[in-house]
Write a protein that binds this ligand. Structure first.
Ligand SMILES: *[C@@H]1O[C@H](CO)[C@@H](O)[C@H](O)[C@H]1NC(C)=O
Ligand SMILES: *[C@@H]1O[C@H](CO)[C@@H](O)[C@H](O)[C@H]1NC(C)=O
Ligand SMILES: *[C@@H]1O[C@H](CO)[C@@H](O)[C@H](O)[C@H]1NC(C)=O
Ligand SMILES: *[C@@H]1O[C@H](CO)[C@@H](O)[C@H](O)[C@H]1NC(C)=O
Ligand SMILES: *[C@@H]1O[C@H](CO)[C@@H](O)[C@H](O)[C@H]1NC(C)=O
Ligand SMILES: *[C@@H]1O[C@H](CO)[C@@H](O)[C@H](O)[C@H]1NC(C)=O
Ligand SMILES: *[C@@H]1O[C@H](CO)[C@@H](O)[C@H](O)[C@H]1NC(C)=O
Ligand SMILES: *[C@@H]1O[C@H](CO)[C@@H](O)[C@H](O)[C@H]1NC(C)=O
Ligand SMILES: *[C@@H]1O[C@H](CO)[C@@H](O)[C@H](O)[C@H]1NC(C)=O
Ligand SMILES: *[C@@H]1O[C@H](CO)[C@@H](O)[C@H](O)[C@H]1NC(C)=O
Ligand SMILES: *[C@@H]1O[C@H](CO)[C@@H](O)[C@H](O)[C@H]1NC(C)=O
Ligand SMILES: CC(=O)N[C@H]1CO[C@H](CO)[C@@H](O)[C@@H]1O
Length: 643
């Protein structure tokens, strides 16, 4: 889809911050956060510029997607063991009807493949999606104050194996993993132009005096120089390069937006090697110029800490991420070819997953009444030189998959690989890497912040896309299976998008191994978290309100909407594991599954416009707690009679 037409009106309307007077978003407080965070590694050889380096003794090669990489397999052994203690801690504060989960875990911990394998997926949807998912991840994080008290779910993050992000969701993943697995609570307190200072318009750059210490002109100059330098070294620069650099200034707490941080450096960080935290995954699609994507034939790519590639039958291969930019031909670098490093800039990766926003950048670049600096300033040359034929594309040239898998891959004949927003094929939740049978994930917490309805709420569209794709199991689905989900009208009519809904509870109803999906749709608890995908600035209060709302989505308002919800999450986590070990689920799980699992019922009549109002009825929950609690009870009674 050519998005210019679709977006141009929205973008200009949605960017008032971009044209606000300087200082409009100035912060009152100059308080500095005390924590020192140490990040992934600044190991690029030459800043943003991909650079020829001496090849390692055995030259990097591509590999088939038939199995996981040896890197991942051996990392999993370490990581899965490290999840035992967090899982026991989790079930020490989450009671599942009094069942002794701790003993169950102990009993099976000698064979990790019997224990739950947990994943979290954060959808696209711009800053809204980043912040809503941040709230969920915060609720899952045992390091966060009060997250392990009654009604809360802290510890799921520490128990997880994978955390996947797409587009806006990838900004969250980048913010956490490039900043040494920092917590969302810490990201919120940084402020002051360090990270997540979202009141600073990304088109103007960080505040002078922040650690980035650049004024707007210097900021543009910095972006432009990086892109120029990449081009001079012989590489394509696309709008994504500018966009990715700009994002990095907001997400990565390091000088110049972590210009020399690579995504592959995550794999070389000691805490990651030691399996102390989950594996990050970022999802993007490929798209040929002018092509309209659909989940029924798109090729879905993932960036994991070691590799970039796809499990799809249209490519079925992976390239070493650290050596992207090298001249691979049919899977290897020729004897006189050189090895290149530094292509996988950490900003470029999250920019590649979120190319939808290139349009916003392009608008500003070409519309001098918006921001003259973009049109007339130092970025002018860059805008004129980068390829704008298709704005929403990240140019991967040389294409690492050139000449590879010629018999099946349309990419084998292309010298450039065009990468685009992971949500462009409709699969806006990054489930793809998590439903690969080789990864054997048991439960996915699928955070959906999509803007499906006209008021920017989700209605199940993304799950439908992934489900339909999986039905073509011998084709594009390539052996993946996914739980059945109903049509979008049913989602709205049955309220499946107003509360957590479980899909795939009955594994025997799925053709092939598939995880149980805990669907966590964006829904208003304490604030209207349906801001526009193209809202590009958030004051700290609004950022924090959406994060709190996300926290309430994950916990059903800290258990006040259903006192049994945390137990039900426990059931969802344990379900596949108990099946493997032939263990009966505790009784309470029967009730839970009746309440939360979609049972196959559909109602496909066209619903009225979906327009939910804040469940907690006031944006200031702490102010009116007693009233709210009773209204929550009333609402939950009403809801559960409907379920
Ligand atoms: C961000 O990084 C800088 C430099 O490494 C460090 O001094 C600062 O404390 C960090 N900011 C926060 C809020 O942790
Ligand atoms: C990353 O954070 C962990 C846990 O807070 C800390 O122990 C470790 O020293 C940090 N990593 C680096 C490289 O400093
Ligand atoms: C990944 O595995 C390969 C082959 O075993 C090894 O050469 C490489 O160093 C590993 N990469 C990392 C980052 O550990
Ligand atoms: C944690 O809970 C205590 C006791 O209810 C409360 O006083 C405190 O404000 C809470 N902290 C946060 C960050 O919510
Ligand atoms: C890197 O090496 C390739 C050939 O292996 C060469 O064509 C290219 O000019 C080199 N780039 C730089 C910047 O030296
Ligand atoms: C759900 O979202 C899709 C995609 O935006 C839209 O086409 C459809 O009309 C929506 N349906 C309902 C019932 O909200
Ligand atoms: C199934 O996938 C193949 C590609 O692998 C594609 O050619 C075919 O059109 C798909 N079938 C349907 C019904 O979408
Ligand atoms: C839920 O807990 C979070 C974090 O402690 C808090 O910010 C939020 O206000 C609470 N919400 C409700 C409805 O209790
Ligand atoms: C929680 O589940 C138990 C067992 O099914 C049930 O007896 C109890 O009423 C439920 N509590 C709430 C608050 O729904
Ligand atoms: C079971 O699977 C079929 C399709 O294979 C689907 O139509 C049905 O709704 C599913 N039932 C449940 C409860 O998921
Ligand atoms: C399935 O769920 C619907 C509401 O979503 C409910 O009306 C129906 O009674 C349930 N069916 C069974 C067999 O539980
Ligand atoms: C399970 C399955 O169908 N795997 C196929 C995925 O695609 C590759 C490449 O076409 C095939 O070789 C696999 O057999």
């Amino acid at each position: 889809m050519k998005i210019s037409a679709l977006l141009s009106s929205i973008v200009l309307g949605a960017l008032p911050g971009a044209i606000a007077a300087p200082g409009f978003f100035e912060r009152e407080s100059e308080q500095l956060a005390a924590d020192i965070i140490v990040r992934a590694l600044p190991n690029a050889p030459n800043g943003y510029t991909p650079t020829n380096v001496t090849c390692p003794a055995s030259k990097p090669t591509l590999r088939s997607a038939a199995k996981l990489s040896s890197n991942e397999t051996s990392w999993l052994e370490t990581r899965r063991k490290k999840t035992v203690t967090p899982m026991k801690d989790f079930f020490s504060h989450i009671s599942v009807g009094g069942y002794d989960v701790g003993s169950y875990i102990d009993k099976h911990s000698s064979n990790m493949s019997n224990l739950p394998n947990i994943a979290i997926a954060a959808s696209g949807g711009g800053y809204r999606a980043m912040l809503n998912a941040a709230g969920v991840v915060k609720a899952f994080d045992s390091r966060v104050e009060n997250a392990t008290t009654k009604g809360h779910l802290g510890g799921i993050l520490q128990s997880a194996t994978y955390v996947a992000g797409l587009s806006g969701g990838s900004w969250l993943v980048g913010s956490i993993f490039i900043n040494n697995f920092t917590s969302v609570a810490d990201l919120q307190t940084y402020g002051n132009g360090q990270v997540w200072a979202l009141g600073d318009n990304i088109f103007e750059g960080p505040k002078t005096g922040s650690i980035h210490a650049l004024d707007t002109v210097d900021y543009y100059k910095d972006l432009a120089e990086a892109i120029e330098s990449k081009r001079k070294a012989g590489f394509d620069a696309s709008i994504t390069d500018i966009w990715g650099r700009a994002l990095a200034f907001q997400m990565y707490n390091a000088t110049e937006g972590g210009i020399d941080y690579t995504w592959s450096s995550i794999a070389e960080t000691q805490d990651f090697i030691d399996g102390n935290y989950p594996m990050p995954l970022v999802v993007a699609d490929s798209r040929n110029p002018g092509e309209v994507l659909s989940s029924s034939y798109s090729t879905v790519f993932e960036f994991n800490p070691w590799e970039f590639g796809s499990f799809d039958p249209t490519l079925f291969g992976f390239a070493p991420l650290k050596y992207l930019g090298s001249d691979f031909d049919d899977g290897s670098i020729s004897s006189n070819g050189s090895c290149v490093r530094g292509f996988d800039n950490a900003g470029f990766i999250i920019g590649s997953s979120a190319t939808l926003f290139n349009e916003a950048i392009t608008e500003l670049g070409s519309n001098s009444s918006s921001i003259t600096a973009w049109a007339e300033g130092v970025l002018k040359d860059v805008f004129e030189s980068v390829d704008k034929a298709d704005d929403d594309i990240a140019s991967y040239k040389p294409n690492p998959f050139y000449g590879y898998n010629k018999a099946i891959s349309p990419f084998a004949s292309q010298t450039t690989l065009d990468i685009t927003d992971g949500g462009e094929d409709g699969q806006n939740i990054p489930l793809h890497p998590l439903i690969q049978p080789e990864r054997a994930v048991d439960v996915i917490f699928a955070i959906d912040s999509s803007a499906d309805t006209s008021l920017s709420w989700p209605n199940g569209t993304s799950l439908v896309a992934t489900y339909e794709r999986s039905l073509n199991s011998t084709g594009i689905g390539n052996g993946t299976a996914f739980p059945a989900v109903p049509d979008q009208n049913t989602f709205v009519n049955l309220g499946l998008n107003t509360r957590p809904t479980f899909f795939g509870c009955n594994s025997s109803n799925i053709t092939g191994p598939a995880p149980l999906v805990v669907y966590l749709p964006n829904y208003p608890y304490s604030s209207q978290s349906n801001t526009s995908t193209y809202q590009m600035t958030y004051e700290d209060w609004q950022r924090d309100n959406i994060i709190t709302n996300g926290y309430e989505i994950a916990t059903m308002a800290n258990g006040t909407r259903d006192g049994n919800f945390t137990a039900c999450v426990g059931c969802a986590i344990l379900s596949r594991s108990f099946e493997r070990t032939n263990t009966d689920l505790p009784d309470i799980c029967t009730q839970c599954f009746t309440n939360y699992c979609w049972n196959g019922t559909t109602n496909s009549t066209t619903p009225n416009e979906y327009e939910p109002t804040d469940l907690l009825a006031s944006s200031d929950a702490s102010f009116m707690m007693p009233t709210i609690l009773s209204s929550v009870m009333a609402v939950s009674v009403a809801l559960f009679t409907l379920v």
